[in-house]
Write a protein that binds this ligand. Structure first.
Ligand code: FDA
Length: 393
């Protein structure tokens, strides 16, 4: 019979949420094992934010999260806030800056955040075991029992911090969902989010002259709007505005972009006509938008402005302010930053992140049905939910 090692807490997943949970639990004197099947901890942190880690957002509020229950995230986010994590980063002597829209990035390498968390957790006494596959824990009268890297581990609490399904190449699995189902917990439908949208062949052909064009835009869905850049690509649409709206978009729906947010195009076109009626709508529009975009939007308008009716200008302005495409799909988990959906929030206690029906089993981070906007919100959820479980185990 193989040897059994006992811990108070087994944390599965050495990513953002798992490392935070382990650190907090170890600080409280709990005997913690963190196990991960990947070779290195915190790989998603390392590649995040273009290598600079957008570690939180100054404007983080529960409104920036999607979930079947939008109130679920309130407790953890209010008990461990963005300012708590900022303090941790500052105390570690790591320099950071606001890039835009409250997004905080390190000045240096994202690796420093991984080191901060790993050193914090192990320094507080947690044991880290990498390259250690973990079998679904079984439960008996003594607590949980799981095979970890071929050895038997016993623990009174298990924290599932295995993230979502995005970027399978980096070790993402649906393991956390399997654990939830094994214990009869509901898992909501999951889908790739914060992901580029693809276009069908016809639309790609129509928009092919725009490939590489980036333009500020406003996207709106379900009462929420985002003012960020849109990028036209060989496969379809990308850029932060598209990633944001991708979390709300569903197959068969249109995406509508305002390509001149806050700057009424009709007024500008009328003024251009009054000033110089010999120029074409294309030339006038090209002073407001990238040339190739102006050309695409005015492809059927080659008369001078002086010969262009108000009605035609209104149609052109509508094309700019309500540029509509119907995406064919998304680029999927291969490039998605996160997974929308996960372990249903009604199954969990919002204060401890533990299953209501099985209080020793906790779920934290992306595996839970809480998904943030682009901009540091997903890490903040990982820190806050990990912290909450760390206080409870
Ligand atoms: P995370 O994915 O970090 O960790 C899960 C861990 O579990 C991994 O180490 C994995 O190996 C392990 N694991 C999985 N299955 C296992 C199994 N069966 N057995 C054992 N271990 C297992 N967010 C943000 O706020 N700011 C940003 O700048 C970015 N940037 C960004 C860039 C890119 C390219 C991606 C893909 C994602 C982002 N994100 C982001 C999102 C962010 O990375 C994500 O929300 C968090 O990493 C989620 O943290 P978790 O700890 O929940 O999962």
């Amino acid at each position: 019979m193989s040897r059994e090692t006992s811990y108070d807490v087994l944390v599965v997943g050495a990513g953002a949420a798992g490392l935070m949970a382990a650190w907090e639990a170890a600080k409280r004197g709990r005997n913690v094992l963190i196990a991960d099947h990947a070779k290195k901890p915190g790989e998603k942190i390392r590649i995040s934010g273009g290598g600079r880690c957008n570690f939180t957002n100054m404007h983080c509020t529960p409104d920036a999260f999607l979930s079947e229950n939008p109130h679920f995230c309130r407790s953890a986010l209010s008990r461990y806030t963005q300012w708590d994590f900022v303090e941790l980063v500052a105390e570690a002597g790591l320099a950071y800056h606001e890039k835009t829209l409250g997004q905080l990035f390190l000045d240096g390498s994202a690796r420093a955040i991984v080191d901060l968390l790993v050193d914090g957790a192990t320094g507080a006494g947690a044991t880290l075991r990498m390259a250690a596959p973990v079998m679904i824990p079984e439960r008996d009268e003594k607590g949980f029992r799981a095979e970890v890297g071929g050895e038997i581990v016993r623990a009174s609490h298990v924290v599932v911090a295995t993230g979502g399904k995005s970027i399978p190449k980096m070790g993402a699995t649906g393991w956390g969902y399997d654990v939830a189902r094994r214990y009869g917990l509901r898992v909501t439908d999951t889908r790739p989010a914060l992901v580029p949208l693809t276009l069908d062949e016809d639309a790609k052909e129509r928009l092919k002259s725009l490939v590489g064009v980036a333009v500020p835009a406003r996207t709106a869905h379900s009462g929420t709007s985002f003012d960020e850049a849109v990028l036209f690509t060989h496969r379809g649409l990308s850029g932060p505005a598209i990633l944001q709206v991708s979390s709300y978009w569903r197959e068969g729906e249109d995406v509508t972009l305002d390509l001149s947010p806050g700057a009424p195009v009709l007024d500008a076109l009328r003024a251009a006509r009054a000033q110089n009626g010999r120029q074409t709508p294309r030339t006038a529009l090209a002073s407001l938008l990238p040339k190739s975009l102006a050309a695409t939007l005015t492809a059927d308008m080659d008369r001078p402005l002086a010969e262009t009716s108000n009605a035609a200008l209104e149609i052109l302005a509508a094309r700019v302010h309500a540029f509509t495409v119907r995406p064919a799909g998304t680029e999927g988990y291969r490039t998605a930053e996160v997974t929308l959906g996960g372990v249903a929030t009604e199954e969990l206690d919002q204060k401890t992140m533990a299953a209501r029906t099985l209080p020793g089993l906790h779920f934290v981070g992306e595996v839970v049905d809480v998904t943030g906007w682009l901009g540091g919100y997903n890490f903040q959820w990982a820190w806050s939910s990990g912290w909450a479980a760390g206080q409870a185990v």
